[in-house]
Design a protein. Structure first.
Length: 286
């Protein structure tokens, strides 16, 4: 199974692979630069070499990148917009150098300009970043969101509009966050609800666009629009929702990444506990 967790890059981006190996991951997610700063450190040829060698030795693949949280291609502030496009282009270049196939990003927030204007601006910003990056292979995965405030991406239609308006639709896909979509009103807690939600996704976006899952249980109720992650089976989604995805043969080759809270429980890392839960759910009934 392609299951894993987001891993820290402290000490060098290659260290994330070692942490993933120790945790029992077959796939991981990383930041390719500081997640809360506009000015990134340098990605030297030595860092790239160590990352690629460590990936080869650990066998962890694919690695998924997550973009800086400051990026907002729908921003109404010209300086933030310029910085967002520049940062996104830089992350695309870094991902390609590292051999990372997917870069997950939050679509953005319209900040009062309105949904239609915000979605058009996201598409234009993505196009500018892709062109500026000079990359050819890395795909940007628009992450489903909970939808609080002016944040876009809480409806499947939002993501479909961005993709349709882009000049690079072949470079765009979707990362389905289980907590966010549940908070946005998409239920997957029963088999019937799960199948209905996936049919809706397929009708609006196409399942071929779904290239990554973020596996997070939800602390808050269906439709709450609150982005609060919980450990697998400990929240409002429950274990069955994850079992449906894990046993869905359409998603066997798609990475499933934990973004659940870090820390330990009875001296065991929560990442290991959550991964064990996922393995049990996948094996139940086989």
């Amino acid at each position: 199974m392609l299951i894993g967790a987001h891993q820290s890059i402290v000490g060098g981006i290659h260290k994330a692979l070692l942490r993933g190996e120790e945790t029992g991951c077959s796939t991981i997610q990383v930041f390719v630069r500081s997640n809360m700063a506009w000015n990134p450190g340098k990605l030297t040829p030595e860092k790239v070499r160590r990352f690629r060698e460590t990936q080869e030795s650990t066998g962890i693949r694919p690695v998924v990148a997550h973009s800086c949280y400051l990026i907002n291609p729908a921003s109404t502030n010209p300086q933030t917009l310029r910085r967002s496009i520049s940062a996104l282009a830089d992350e695309l270049r870094r991902s390609q150098l590292l051999g990372i196939p997917y870069l997950v990003m939050h679509p953005g927030a319209h900040l009062g300009a309105g949904e239609a204007a915000g979605l058009r601006k996201i598409a234009r910003g993505l196009d500018r970043a892709i062109r500026r990056s000079g990359t050819e292979r890395v795909r940007v995965l628009l992450e489903t969101t909970a939808g609080a405030g002016t944040i876009l991406g809480s409806r499947f239609e939002h993501l479909a509009e961005v993709i349709a308006a882009s000049g690079f639709p072949e470079r765009l896909g979707v990362c389905y966050d289980t907590c966010h979509t549940f908070a946005a009103g998409y239920d997957i807690r029963t088999r019937r609800a799960y199948l209905a939600t996936m049919r809706k996704f397929n009708r609006i976006l196409g399942l071929d666009r779904l290239l990554c899952f973020h596996f997070n249980d939800a602390k808050c109720d269906l439709g709450s629009q609150r982005d609060r992650h919980e450990h697998i089976g400990k929240g409002k989604l429950g274990e069955d929702a994850f079992a449906f995805i894990l046993k869905d043969k359409r998603f066997t080759s798609i990475p499933k990444i934990l973004e659940t809270p870090k820390g330990t429980y009875r001296r065991r890392p929560w990442d290991k506990i959550n991964l064990d839960t996922l393995r049990r759910l996948a094996a139940d009934g086989e």
